[in-house]
Design a binder for this molecule. Structure first.
Ligand code: ACO
Length: 325
């Protein structure tokens, strides 16, 4: 019998400190950085984001999201034999945030590793977990996206610091005789490294280069819209489905204009698109599982529905997963 993988539980966590545009505008004004609620909302759709307090790491946010996903799946941490954490803001250079999370969860013994694909990280991680389950290398996985992007923002750069937030989302993915994940599609094009990067690195006991986010916003915007459409079409073709079979699109929550353009190109009405960017900002690898969990818990997304998850981010990386919940 063919082995498939299915999502059996979702969870998410936002750090309690909610920063509205008005709060951020006031904080930035103290540094002499000028922006406005109107500019941020009109250009990005963002009204608020959450920031983690000092001393709170990606593994801490991931831990809360993972506990909620396990509870929703009716599973204990000890039943998990694979943990993949998608993050670009790991707790340490090494070991992986997945190992740190595994220990905090008390799920020790199974495989655990991080995936670094920036805002596409969750799509990459879900694809890898699905492949490992299908081949029998794992039976029950925890796939987590967790980020503290506030740590790598330059709060003197208004073109980037207004866009991002912190948070985590998680799913439990289990072996099943019925298909949950129908198809996935992953890509990268390393020639675009420079348009979105954090160019610092650790060397000789210090940080060399500039360890804050740099972005060519317009270049990212143009690339993102094109590749998201392409990846959606490829994943639908692989699963022999069409856009009209999709009940919900859950895209990476970077910017409402990117989300709207992608939906329009795919002829999907915005009523079929989950949007959380207004309340969460861009939480990078956490944004898709956060949006998925939000949609599940508020009752929009129902068991049995077909979901199109799509991610795009630094690298440049992009991809999509089509699944039945
Ligand atoms: N507040 C006020 N003014 C600002 C701000 C700000 N926070 N940021 C930029 N401006 C100004 C600029 O200085 C510029 O002023 P000028 O005309 O006097 O030179 C003006 O606004 C327009 O700037 P643009 O960069 O042309 O603005 P644009 O409409 O392109 O919007 C944005 C910028 C929102 C970054 C857009 O390019 C975008 O969404 N890009 C996609 C980037 C993205 O979402 N990245 C997320 C990470 S990647 C990922 O997750 C896929």
């Amino acid at each position: 019998m063919k082995r498939y993988s299915r999502i059996t539980g979702t969870g998410s966590f936002l750090p309690p400190r909610r920063v509205t545009n008005a709060d951020l505008v006031a904080q930035l004004a103290e540094r002499g950085v000028e922006t406005s609620d109107e500019w941020i909302r009109e250009r990005t759709g963002i009204s608020a984001r959450h920031f983690a307090d000092a001393g709170v790491y990606s593994s801490d946010l991931g831990l809360e999201a993972a506990k909620r996903a396990l509870e929703a799946a009716g599973r204990s941490a000890q039943e998990i034999d694979l943990i993949i954490v998608a993050t670009s803001t790991p707790d340490m250079v090494f070991p992986s945030t997945a190992c740190i999370l595994q220990n905090k969860l008390g799920a020790n013994g199974g495989a655990a590793f991080d995936v670094q694909a920036v805002c596409s990280g969750f799509i990459y991680a879900l694809t890898i977990a699905n492949a490992m389950i299908q081949t029998g290398a794992a039976n029950r996985a925890l796939v987590v996206g967790a980020e503290v992007f506030s740590r790598i923002l330059d709060f003197n750069d208004r073109t980037t610091c207004v866009l991002f937030g912190d948070g985590a989302g998680a799913v439990v993915l289990e072996a099943s005789s019925k298909p949950g994940i129908l198809a996935s599609d992953l890509h990268a094009d390393g020639k675009h490294v420079d348009i979105l990067c954090v160019p610092g690195h650790v060397s000789g006991g210090g940080v060399l280069g500039d360890p804050v986010l740099k972005m060519d916003g317009q270049a990212v915007f143009k690339l993102a819209v094109g590749v998201l459409e392409e990846s959606a079409r490829l994943v639908l073709a692989k699963a022999q489905r069409s856009a009209s079979d999709v009940d919900w699109m859950i895209p990476h929550q970077a910017n409402i204009r990117i989300i709207q353009s992608t939906a329009k190109r795919l002829k999907l009405p915005m009523e079929k698109v989950i949007v959380t960017v207004d309340q969460h900002g861009n939480t990078s690898a956490a944004s898709i599982p956060l949006a998925l969990d939000f949609a599940v818990r508020c009752g929009k997304v129902q068991p049995g529905q077909t979901l199109l998850l799509e991610g795009v981010g630094g690298g440049f990386t992009w991809g999509a997963v089509l699944l039945n919940l």
